[in-house]
Write a protein that binds this ligand. Structure first.
Ligand SMILES: O=C(O)c1cc(=O)[nH]c(=O)n1[C@@H]1O[C@H](COP(=O)(O)O)[C@@H](O)[C@H]1O
Length: 233
C-alpha cells in the first residue's frame, strides 16, 4: 500500500483513455496528491487503470457514485474495495438502507476503504433543484443528506465547499468533507455552479479538495498543483 499522503488535493483524472490518464499521472507526484478515477475513465479502462496508478504509488479515489438498491450498491462498493482503493462513493439519495448495508459489508470484511456519499452535485444550483422535485432550500437538502449519511455510518460526504461550515457544525470534525468545484480566482468555472477557492474551502472545514480541469488542462499540471498547494500554506 502507498504511504499516507498529507496533501488535501485529489486530482480528478477525467481523461478518455488510460494512456492519457497515465501520461498525466506521470507528471504528478504521489507525495503531493491523490488521484480520482471517475466514470468515463473507469468505463473505458476498467480495474487496470486503478492498478497502474497504485503501482505508481498513488492512492486512488474510485468515483463511480453508485446509486442502486441496497444489495447492488453494497456489492459494488465491495468490488471497489477489493481493488484496494483508498476511497469510494455512493449517492446519498440511494437512501439509508443502501448506505448502511454497504458500510456494514465493508466493516464485516475488514476493509479500510473509506466510504462517502454525494449530497447535492456541485454542478447544481438552487434554481435547478426543482427540476428533480426538490423545492426546499439547497443547504437544507445538503444538510439532510449529510445527516442521513452520518446516521448510516459512512465516513463523510461530497459537498460544495460553500456548505462546509454548516456541515462541520452539524456533523462534527471527524466526518470528512470532500469538496469538488474548487477553482483559483483566475480559473474557468466550467459546468460547476457552487465553487470556492482552495484556501477558503480549507478555512471553512473541507478535508479534501477534488480538482480536475484546473490542473489537468493546465500547460504544466505539476506547476499548477504546486501553485494550488502554495495558495493553501
Ligand atoms: O463525486 C465527485 O467527485 C463529484 C461530486 C460533485 O458534486 N461534483 C463534482 O464535480 N464531482 C467530481 O469532481 C470533479 C471535478 O472536476 P473539475 O470541475 O474539472 O474540477 C469531476 O470529476 C466530478 O465528477
Amino acid at each position: 500500500m502507498p504511504n499516507p499522503v498529507m496533501s488535501p488535493v485529489i486530482v480528478a483524472l477525467d481523461t478518455p483513455t488510460m494512456d492519457a490518464a497515465l501520461a498525466l499521472a506521470d507528471k504528478l507526484d504521489p507525495a503531493l496528491c491523490r488521484l480520482k478515477v471517475g466514470k468515463e475513465l473507469f468505463t473505458r479502462s476498467g480495474p487496470a487503470i486503478v492498478q497502474a496508478l497504485q503501482q505508481r504509488q498513488f492512492e486512488v479515489f474510485l468515483d463511480l457514485k453508485f446509486h442502486d438498491i441496497p444489495n447492488t450498491t453494497a456489492q459494488a462498493v465491495l468490488a471497489a474495495a477489493d481493488l484496494g482503493v483508498w476511497m469510494v462513493n455512493v449517492h446519498a439519495s440511494a437512501g439509508y438502507d443502501a448506505m448502511s448495508l454497504a458500510k456494514q459489508r465493508l466493516v464485516d470484511g475488514n476493509y479500510d476503504t473509506l466510504l462517502i456519499a454525494v449530497t447535492v452535485l456541485t454542478s447544481m444550483s438552487s434554481d435547478i433543484l426543482p427540476q428533480i422535485g426538490v423545492t426546499g432550500n439547497l443547504n437544507t437538502q445538503v444538510s439532510r443528506l449529510a445527516k442521513l449519511t452520518q446516521q448510516a455510518g459512512l465516513d463523510g460526504v461530497v459537498c460544495s465547499a460553500q456548505e462546509a461550515k454548516i456541515l462541520k457544525a452539524l456533523c462534527g470534525t471527524d466526518f470528512k468533507l470532500i469538496t469538488p468545484g474548487i477553482r483559483l480566482p483566475e480559473d474557468n468555472p466550467d459546468d460547476q455552479h457552487r465553487i470556492c477557492t482552495p484556501k477558503q474551502a480549507l478555512n471553512d472545514g473541507a478535508d479534501y479538495l477534488v480538482i480536475g480541469r484546473s490542473i489537468t488542462e493546465a500547460d504544466d499540471p505539476a506547476a499548477k498543483l504546486k501553485k494550488i498547494l502554495q495558495s493553501i500554506l
